[in-house]
Write a protein that binds this ligand. Sequence first.
Ligand code: ADP
Length: 487
Amino acid sequence: MKIIYISSEISPIAKVGGLADVSLGLSRAVQALGNEVSIILPKYKCLKNSYLEHLKLLDVEYKVKFGATTYTVKVWEAMLHGLKLYLIDASSPKSFFDSPTIYGQRNDSQRFAFFSLASLEFISKYHSDTELLHINEWHTALAAPLYKEKYRYKFDAKIMFTIHNMNYQGVTGASLLKKVGLDTDKYLPQCSHPGSPTKINLIKTGICFSDYINTVSPKYYEEIKVPKNGHGLESLVQENEKKFTGILNGIDYEIWNPKLDKSLNTNYSFDHLENKYAAKAYLREHLKMPQTNQVPIVTCICRLVPQKGIRMIKHAIECTLKSNGQFILFGSSPIPKIQSDFEKLAKKHADNPNAQFIFDSYNEELSHQVYAGADMLICPSIFEPCGLTQLIALQYGTIPIVRQTGGLADTIFDIENHEDSDKLGNGFSYLPPTQKAIEQTLHRAFKIYFKNPMLWKRTIQRGMNMDFSWKNSAEKYFEIYRKLTHK
Ligand code: ADP
């Protein structure tokens, strides 16, 4: 089957969060099932081009009308981990993607609406034999109504839409409809944001006009059917249940694999855990942390946004340090108040080498080293569509401590409290979103770490042997693609 993914991120050249890992991992796994797969991405100025192979400008200039202006569009082609990428941007009268970051511009909804339109135009002109279009998040959701209105006469494809996070819905002025060439009177009623009739909601356009929709874990799919997590779209999700499902994300074991990982000083596997402790020593040396062997390293690797449980993260840092553990916080916040609060915390612990604050929003190599060198990873999320850090941690023998929500609840099973812990126990989990609950859970983890090293080791090994690769999930996606295209 000929399949095209349209996405705003792909790892490692344009990564902000899990969407980037999914774009790479899922499309590689679907390609491995024997399909012809390519990805269309904006040609960001901030792309990490050094990871690309055979980057070249294609001889395919074309025009796209956006609002009152006609833009000339250029397309580059490149290979990334065996996948074909097409990179698109306007060359005149101006570029849409020349800012220093992927998101965060005032006109983000315009930029990605242009990208959605330019992608469909590219496919209709040069890849009209495409059978399945897979669009992602609000950034490319507008491709669904655009295809149904303007492009279904030009090529015959079905549309699958993945919502990676219902919290980001792409709410913007209704004038965008006219800009991309959609009749406002016809489309506004279906695309309007609940409660703001003059605005459109881009996630809603994706739900209404795609042939099939999914979120990234079965539990999160159930959660978005209620107001707390549906953020106003819960009724729409329920109304569309015949074409909606939850499919768990995987991770790409060629990229996240302690046996092969080139970012590590020493590779290891579940039957050679001694080398994991060499990775721990290397990490400590690198970060100038005391080499106190029996002390555990706890980490949190994430975007510091309210979703991730900010108060619980801060509390976990204090609890770990009070219990004489070591803590590595790795990530930064796009929200100035949250960032400055963490900076204050870092200042408070500036003289304590057991506390490391690495405010780097994205450092792929160091992230691999932290996953490998740490003993425990916390994910105290308020909600979590899937979560990848707990899956990566399992693979690196780092035990996850998570709140039972969304994909975290689908993948982490408490070694003391789960009914099937003898077979499945791979971490620690708790339910109330409180400081007390994470504190108690950290204490349980520390107790087993110090007092029951055999159980600790068994838990590491069980986690490392679990299969959260993309293979199973890619087969589920492909089954849907086949049904949609009647193949
Ligand atoms: P989200 O998509 O909400 O950000 P996920 O858990 O789904 O969360 O995915 C996060 C991804 O981003 C993981 O691959 C994680 O390793 C990566 N990541 C988070 N913080 C950093 C960082 N500071 N440096 C490098 N990678 C990071």
